[in-house]
Write a protein that binds this ligand. Structure first.
Ligand SMILES: Cc1ncc(C[n+]2csc(CCOP(=O)(O)OP(=O)(O)O)c2C)c(N)n1
Length: 561
């Protein structure tokens, strides 16, 4: 029996175990939507294609599965760019299917034509234009494989209308073989041994854990390693939750808004064990003064990441989980008696930095944004999924919402995409209907995808939005305060909707707190409500995020307030 391209596409999604997709229809994908109408695949109709891609991305980060979005050609496809670039920078596995004008019209400036394969080349791991229905099943298999394997990332499949309507026999390939694409998962045995020797020798070792720990599901192995050898751990923004934040060995986040003790520990360590981290400039500060006295081990699945920004002494190309498991195996054979005594001076030094400066803020009559985040942590007991927007809200969430588990933290690290958090929360909530999902937002960022309130109300997705409302584009204002003589050029956001009324207009619950004493009550009420909620916290307007390492400055030269 022959199936149409549209039918084949849906069969492929079923074969991949896809149950939920996010999308927005249009002319050239009508046949696909028509087949979808009768299928068991749940489709969530967002209000903007950017949100469909962020939702697929949030779904992927929370579940570890490949997220899927479906959009139409032209503007539908171009609206996905920010979502694709966001997923690309953070190595998130998603497959975006875009409609395309019929092959015969490609290049003719046809109605709603955009060269989406050309446009997305720099911001996808790979992309495909399907020219023949006979290739469709194979391409879908490859798309899912490429998205999820090696260093994960977004894949786009562009489907011309004529391919969607023509038919062929359907058979789904069992396996994929792609010339020149063979991710190396194991790591070189010699290098693995060398790393273990360096770890055993080090007097001041430090683990620097990045998003790769989360992506490769390596938290258990990382935790076992740190605890076995008493090695302190600092995490990047993307690595948060990869090691329990409330463990005494956790130093919290490092980098531009990292903790004092994490940044000092990086500066003073004699061995830096980088796992699934990519030495981003927000992490290293001035590269020449990053971990100046340390040997560096770097484990990463992507060979092009190694020695890209910082020169590495022991490179290991492999899957973080497998390499850590191998290390543990080898360390089991080592004699570690007396290690407590050896590592103690280093742990004492770190305790000194911790005592010298902890994350804190001054309590005043006004609501402090950090206090809101602390209360969210306290009321939920940490048992929830947090997404964030971008700006001060994101950094306060990273600093004050101590995360103990992986896949509970959805944030745009690499691209820094305002408007990411709310749709990402939709993706996570769709995957886990019973879980509490909270988007910690700024008043600026939330307005970038606020239209998705309609989506959460329609699909009964009880996402909670906590707006740290400072009526500024706060993070930019902070830079203007510090580096531009307080000239607040176009960062004042005094004109904003009444967020409580806005929530109500969409059929959600709106709550507001204007005094510190109201914060806890609003959170409790918001979390107890069984539908979507906006909580508008009117916070101190000119609060800053500290510590702060100014761009391009050494980590040890933090501004503490
Ligand atoms: C799409 C996009 N545009 C612009 C920026 C630059 N930017 C970074 S932080 C920020 C301010 C964010 O303001 P808000 O959402 O109110 O959060 P706050 O910093 O006040 O918590 C801006 C404009 C960005 N990151 N993303």
């Amino acid at each position: 029996m022959k199936l149409t391209g549209a039918e084949i596409l849906i069969e492929c999604l079923k074969k991949e175990g896809v149950e939920t997709i996010f999308g927005y229809p249009g002319g050239v994908v009508l046949n696909i939507y028509d087949v979808l109408y009768d299928s068991d695949i749940r489709h969530i109709l967002v209000r903007h294609e950017q949100a469909a891609v962020h939702a697929a991305d949030g779904f992927a980060r929370a579940t570890g599965k490949v997220g899927v979005a479906l959009v139409t050609s032209g503007p539908g496809a171009t609206n996905t760019i920010t979502g694709l670039a966001t997923a690309y920078m953070d190595s998130i596995p998603i497959v975006v299917i875009s409609g395309q004008v019929p092959t015969g019209l490609i290049g003719n400036d046809a109605f709603q034509e955009a060269d989406i394969v050309g446009i997305t080349r720099p911001c996808t791991k790979h992309n495909f234009l399907v020219k023949d229905v006979a290739d469709l099943a194979r391409i879908m298999k490859e798309a899912f494989y490429i998205a999820a394997s090696g260093r994960p990332g977004p894949v786009l499949v562009d489907l011309p209308k004529d391919v969607v309507v023509s038919s062929t026999k359907f058979s789904y390939p069992e396996s994929v073989s792609l010339r020149g694409y063979n991710p190396n998962y194991e790591g070189h045995p010699g290098q693995i041994k060398k790393a273990v020797a360096a770890i055993m020798e080090a007097k001041k070792p430090l683990i620097y854990a990045g998003g790769g720990v989360i992506l490769s599901n390596a938290s258990a192995e990382l935790t076992a390693l740190a605890k076995k050898l008493d090695i302190p751990v600092t995490m990047t923004l993307m690595g948060l939750g990869g090691f329990p934040g409330s463990d005494p060995l956790s130093l919290g986040m490092l980098g531009m808004h990292g903790t004092y003790c994490a940044n000092m520990a990086v500066t003073e360590c004699d061995l830096l064990i980088a796992v699934g981290a990519r030495f981003d400039d927000r992490v290293t500060g001035k590269v020449d003064e990053f971990a100046p006295g340390a040997r560096i081990i770097h484990v990463d699945i992507d060979p092009t990441s190694i020695s890209k920004n910082v020169k590495v002494d022991i490179p290991i190309v492999g899957d973080v989980k497998r390499v850590l498991a191998k290390w543990l195996e080898l360390i089991d054979k080592e004699n570690i008696s007396g290690r407590d005594e050896e590592i103690k001076p280093w742990l004492d030094e770190i305790a000194g930095w911790r005592a010298h400066h902890t994350l804190s803020y001054e309590k005043t009559e006004e609501i402090k944004p950090q206090y809101v985040v602390e209360m969210l942590r306290e009321v939920t007991g940490g048992d929830c999924i947090i997404s964030t927007e971008v700006g001060q809200n994101q950094m306060w969430a990273a600093q004050f919402f101590t995360l103990d588990k992986p896949r509970c933290w959805l944030t745009s690290g690499g691209l820094g995409t305002m408007g990411y958090g709310f749709p990402a929360a939709i993706g996570a909530q769709a995957a886990f209907p019973g879980k509490t999902v909270i988007d910690i937002a700024g008043d600026g960022s939330i307005q970038m995808n606020i239209q998705e309130l309609a989506t959460v109300v329609q699909y009964k997705l009880p996402v909670k939005i906590a707006i740290l409302n400072n009526r500024y584009l706060g993070m930019v204002r902070q830079w203007q305060e510090l580096f531009y003589g307080k000239r607040y050029s176009h960062t004042v956001m005094d004109y904003a909707p009444d967020f409580v009324k806005l929530a109500e207009a969409y059929g959600a619950l709106g709550l507001r707190a204007t005094k510190p004493e109201e914060v806890r009550e609003v959170i409790e009420k918001g979390l107890a409500h069984d539908g979507p909620v906006i909580m508008d916290f009117q916070v101190a307007r000119e609060e800053g995020v500290y510590p702060m390492v100014p761009a391009g400055v050494a980590l040890s030269k933090m501004l503490l307030a």
